[in-house]
Ligand binder design. Structure first.
Ligand SMILES: [Mg+2]
Length: 385
């Protein structure tokens, strides 16, 4: 059973603040409504053509009366944890797939709750009662097909599909509807004449493996509804990230080196915050710049000491910029990421490092309590545009 909360972030905000109910609500980053990316939208906003990952200025152009709400991760994570606990009362085998998606292995639970349909309806009712939130439930013989069943019945839906029904459905289903097939993989499949899941299962294993490696075979197995539970991707529901990164598209191409450096600092701080939240630190810093016309430049460098300090990551970015082939950067898109990750376990010997660590912890504490970017380095002029 797959449970997917409907327009989760926006719905949580609408429950918290009744004035937002029934209105187009968009959730974006930080506090600037004109310069962020849409990370969620209410169904009212989606109906007006607002999509996830759209720049907020564009969303506000399409739908000027949309209400912009800065994302409040603490609220969503808290609600998600509460939903997780509710689900554990229904079934001992619950896996958190993302902040708003859960998998339940309901084999053996039917005796308690009746059919899978009854159980799904009971879960929907409980979540609705407790939080006023709706979700969509998909039940099918495998994780990937349960997720698909939910996806096809959003919002506030429920679908229980047998293996035979799933196989029939898959014959004509476009490949990109399968979780894990993004735009690039889709294009490669189309190039090979594979448009539907039906086409995919007809494709010979040897060629699939040659083209896509084991992922190809895994996707085919998924379309045949074979047991793929030993696939590591799903093993603990929370795959460890290989890198943590952020990128930004500026509204204009800029040659102002101070402005560009400020942006590198801001992105470094954002990456650092995410690293700390996931209790990770990394040694390799990668930066990317592009002017939006001629493709970009990227460079990475591995350092001896791992870090999760935004200022340190920024200093490393500056070191990398120094070895760029071009002296003057012409920038429209820029990105920073940190890889070579390991669990954070900072032990400091020197006073200045201990002080720095205390400062970072205090800033995180304030921002976690009062919202992201309540406190940030004063030199981040561009953070407030
Ligand atoms: Mg969802």
């Amino acid at each position: 059973m797959h449970i997917d909360m409907d327009a989760f972030f926006a719905s949580v905000e609408q429950q918290v603040n009744p004035a937002l109910r029934g209105k187009p609500v968009i959730i974006g980053g930080r506090n600037n409504k004109y310069r962020s990316i849409i990370c969620a939208a209410s169904y009212e906003a989606k109906a007006r053509g607002i999509e996830n990952a759209m720049p907020s200025w564009k969303a506000l152009k399409i739908c000027p009366d949309a209400i912009f709400v800065p994302a409040d991760t603490t609220k969503y994570v808290y609600t998600s944890d509460q939903i997780f606990q509710i689900l554990q009362n229904f079934c001992p085998q619950v896996e958190k797939f993302s902040v708003d998606e859960f998998f339940l292995d309901i084999d053996g639970c039917q005796g308690l709750f009746g059919s899978a349909l009854d159980m799904g309806l009971a879960i929907k009712k409980k979540i609705k009662q407790r939080f006023g939130l709706t979700c969509t439930v998909g039940v099918a013989p495998s994780r990937i097909t349960a997720k698909l069943a939910a996806k096809l019945h959003k919002p506030d839906g429920i679908a229980v599909l047998s293996k035979k029904e799933v196989l029939t459905l898959l014959t004509t289903l476009p490949v990109e509807k399968i979780c894990g097939i993004g735009p690039r993989l889709k294009e490669r499949f189309h190039y090979l004449g594979v448009y539907t899941c039906g086409d995919l299962v007809q494709y010979p294993n040897s060629l699939l493996k040659k083209q896509f490696g084991v992922v190809g075979l895994w996707l085919k197995a998924a379309c045949l509804v074979e047991d793929i539970s030993d696939i590591p991707f799903f093993a603990d529901g929370k795959p460890k990230p290989k890198s943590v990164g952020h990128s930004q598209t500026l509204r204009y191409v800029s040659t102002d080196q101070d402005f560009i450096h400020d942006w590198f600092y801001l992105l470094s701080e954002m990456v650092a915050q995410r690293l700390r939240r996931q209790k990770l630190q990394g040694r390799t810093v990668y930066i990317y710049v592009a002017d939006g016309f001629k493709g970009g430049h990227s460079k990475r460098k591995t350092f001896i000491e791992p870090t999760y300090d935004g200022y340190e990551i920024y200093q490393r970015c500056l070191e990398i910029i120094d070895i760029f082939p071009c002296k003057e950067l012409l920038v429209r898109v820029l990105g920073v990421s940190v890889s070579n990750l390991e669990p954070a376990n900072a032990i400091y010997l020197f006073d200045k490092d201990i002080k720095r660590e205390r400062l970072i912890q205090s800033i995180d504490h304030i921002n976690n309590k009062h919202g992201e970017w309540t406190v940030y380095p004063a030199s981040l002029r561009c953070a407030r545009y």
